[in-house]
Ligand binder design. Structure first.
Ligand SMILES: Nc1ncnc2c1ncn2[C@@H]1O[C@H](COP(=O)(O)OP(=O)(O)O)[C@@H](O)[C@H]1O
Ligand SMILES: [Mg+2]
Length: 326
């Protein structure tokens, strides 16, 4: 039985830049259910990180402008609630795993002190209980010698160990939602893939995860549903198997055509000829049309809206299901 956790309606986010107004998220809507793992994929610059940061109101304003939309988390609008209330939710009911772990762990405090503080901030427990919980989580994320780790400073840990400590800190308040964003550098990708896997293994079953990645292999391995984003809009969304077996949008098909068949891991998305359109001056019509092998006149003239193809499986494409792409 599903239970609505997050309901994002028509989110629009832009930036005032010297080159003009750039709309990085252009009217996206999606829902997440309790405990589900949702993959958000799309090539670099399509608006994945801006979407995540906008939900938590972590974008610098200016230059960012939240132009519209709602993000109902258990019915409460994250975009409209008093910021003090949102601060209590961040790091508690909603956990975040971003690209740079040093931003989540303060360099000025020992790991143990930070974990105990995080636990007590979000749970009504004693220091002793918080300590026990912190030790338990350090163990669960696979850090050797947790007693010693409690006394360590963040800089004493390797990158991978810091990621694990941060994961312990994220999961210890038992969040209802974790938003995990991919790394941008190839160097971090392997560690991040391990952290994604660990996150899914050690999280409680009620914790939903929004997994932002460019790796279709990771999506196949761990996600219940997948949303494909292209140039600030959603191109396709649906249950993992439906999207992988019956991709409807030519962009999704392009991504999947290049995916290695067996447990393929990719450190970047496959190349599709052409490039992302300018978000400051997007083309009229479908944004993928300039790169699309199926594009017809209507595709260049009128922007397609999301349409349901089968239960829960939607695509925004005039040609959805109307032709094969090798
Ligand atoms: N602070 C900012 N100022 C101006 N433009 C930004 C800023 N942050 C992101 N953008 C732009 O928003 C678009 C989407 O970026 P992002 O969400 O980071 O992409 P992704 O995470 O999918 O790679 C990009 O064109 C990016 O240049
Ligand atoms: Mg990003």
């Amino acid at each position: 039985m599903s239970e609505m956790l997050l309901n994002v309606e028509n989110l629009r986010v832009g930036f005032d830049t010297p080159a003009g107004f750039l709309r990085a998220v252009d009217g996206i809507s999606f829902q997440m259910q309790r405990g589900e793992v949702l993959g958000l994929v799309g090539e670099s610059g399509c608006g994945k990180t801006v979407t995540a940061l906008a939900l938590l109101r972590l974008l610098p304003r200016p230059p960012a402008v939240i132009e519209g939309g709602r993000a109902l988390f258990r019915g409460q609008d994250l975009l409209a609630m008093p910021i003090a209330e949102l601060r209590r939710i961040r790091g508690g009911r909603i956990g975040m795993i971003f690209q740079e772990p040093m931003t989540a762990l303060s360099p000025l405090h020992r790991i143990g002190d930070q974990l105990v503080e995080a636990a007590r901030l979000h749970k009504e427990i004693s220091v002793a209980e918080a300590r026990a919980l912190a030790l338990d989580w350090l163990r669960r994320v696979g850090l050797p010698d947790p007693e010693q780790r409690m006394l360590d400073w963040p800089h004493q840990l390797s990158g991978g160990m810091r990621q694990r400590a941060m994961l312990a800190m994220t999961l210890l308040p038992e969040p209802e939602l974790v938003i995990a964003d991919e790394p941008t550098t190839a160097l971090d990708v392997t560690i991040q893939a391990q952290i994604f896997e660990l996150l899914l293994k050690v999280r409680g079953g009620d914790t939903a995860v929004l997994l932002i990645t460019h790796d279709m292999g990771v999506v196949w391995d761990v996600c219940d549903r997948v949303h494909v984003m292209y140039a600030a809009r959603l191109a396709e969304m649906g249950p993992r198997d439906a999207v992988f077996d019956r991709p409807a949008h030519p962009y999704t098909r392009g991504l999947l055509a290049a995916m290695p068949r067996l447990h393929g891991r990719m450190d970047r998305l496959p190349d599709i000829p052409g490039q992302l359109p300018s978000l400051a001056q997007p083309p009229p019509g479908c944004r993928f049309a300039p790169r699309c092998p199926l594009a017809q006149a209507i595709c260049r003239e009128k922007q397609p809206e999301m349409e349901e193809l089968e239960p829960g499986h939607e695509a925004a494409c005039w040609m959805a299901g109307k032709g094969e792409v090798a």
